[in-house]
Design a binder for this molecule. Structure first.
Ligand SMILES: Cc1cc2nc3c(=O)[nH]c(=O)nc-3n(C[C@H](O)[C@H](O)[C@H](O)COP(=O)(O)OP(=O)(O)OC[C@H]3O[C@@H](n4cnc5c(N)ncnc54)[C@H](O)[C@@H]3O)c2cc1C
Length: 291
């Protein structure tokens, strides 16, 4: 079974986000991470894409390599910002010809510091890319959602309206990382009230350090809850203690999410899979590895 919508219908899934490596050193680190992941039964890996095509070949190559390894199903991220329709069609056709069945259709962001100059591509929004993917091939297409709000859209109802528009044509949702299960639940309730019946996979990022936490909070436009911030501050330079707190916090979040019957868990690994493995082992989640 390789369509992710079918996998999720079959069971609560486990998935990881990976980045295409940009150096030999990064490749070695990724290979180690992938090798460790054998301890878990991971359903799929989503592979990020640099907006404007900065990782075009590297994303493609990692997607194909994951497919060839036959351990997990690959999902290729693709962003429409800065691309022409023809470029996007070519990328999608190539994936279709190579038997890739899952696409995460995104708009993409301008590089940090260039936000004011942002102009979209020929396809301005992610929904336009979903439509193009559906026209081009027989893809299962996922889209992004932002339970804590999108940085460019201050009005929550408007943001949800645009998401519901995307969901008319997409098959499932993966959320931006968040720190509060209550907020995710409230977000699901709002989508359900608008009639959503598509799966919404929660995105979890285990906290590794104060620096990575602050970077992710800034990039995803959310405030770190005070109790998390204070706890990490109190741990000072003790990186091992911060990491351990991050694993415990994410384990509790994942456990609460499983309790409310989420369709699966999606981990933002930043190519370091140890924390994900620990969390899944804590919960005995996807630890029975099928041969
Ligand atoms: C799971 C996940 C994976 C990601 N992976 C990547 C990646 O690999 N590479 C990368 O560059 N980025 C990635 N991102 C970041 C993403 O590109 C940004 O969050 C981006 O700002 C929004 O993308 P979107 O697909 O939600 O865009 P859209 O759905 O197009 O929304 C973008 C903004 O436009 C508004 N909008 C939507 N439709 C309309 C309309 N018709 N008229 C007016 N306004 C509208 C929305 O309210 C929102 O504010 C990822 C995000 C998530 C959650």
């Amino acid at each position: 079974m390789t369509r992710i919508d079918a996998i999720i219908k079959d069971h609560q899934s486990l998935s990881v986000e990976l980045w295409p490596p940009r150096s030999e050193e990064a490749l070695k680190k990724l290979e180690n991470s992938l090798s460790r992941l054998k301890e878990l039964d991971v359903d799929f890996a989503s592979i990020t894409y640099g907006a404007g095509g900065t990782t075009r070949d590297r994303t493609h190559d990692l997607v194909i390599s994951i497919k060839k390894q036959q351990k997990m199903t690959p999902m290729a991220h693709l962003t429409c910002a800065y691309h022409t329709k023809k470029e996007l069609t070519d990328i999608l056709r190539r994936y279709q010809d190579e038997g890739i069945e899952n696409i995460l259709a995104l708009r993409g962001d301008p590089p940090v510091g260039k936000e004011a100059d942002f102009v979209g591509g020929e396809l301005p929004y992610a929904k336009d890319l979903v439509l193009l993917a559906k026209e081009t091939g027989n893809f299962c297409v996922a889209v992004a959602a932002h339970p804590m709000g999108h940085p460019e859209q201050k009005d929550e109802d408007t943001e949800i309206n645009y998401l519901m528009d995307k969901l008319e044509v997409a098959d499932l949702v993966i959320t931006q990382l968040f720190f509060s299960v209550e907020k995710y639940k409230a977000f699901l309730d709002k989508l359900a009230k608008r009639g959503n019946d598509k799966p919404v996979l929660p995105g979890i990022m285990p906290i590794k350090s104060m620096r990575s936490l602050e970077t992710m909070a800034r990039l995803t436009n959310q405030e770190v809850p005070l109790q998390i911030y204070e706890k990490i501050l109190a741990l000072g330079d003790d990186q091992a203690a911060i990491r351990s707190f991050g694993v415990d916090f994410a384990t509790k979040m994942a456990s609460d999410l499983l309790d409310i019957g989420v369709p699966g868990l999606h981990f933002y690994t930043m190519n370091e899979t140890l924390a994900t493995i620990e969390i899944c082992k804590n919960l005995n989640y996807h630890t029975q590895v099928s041969s």
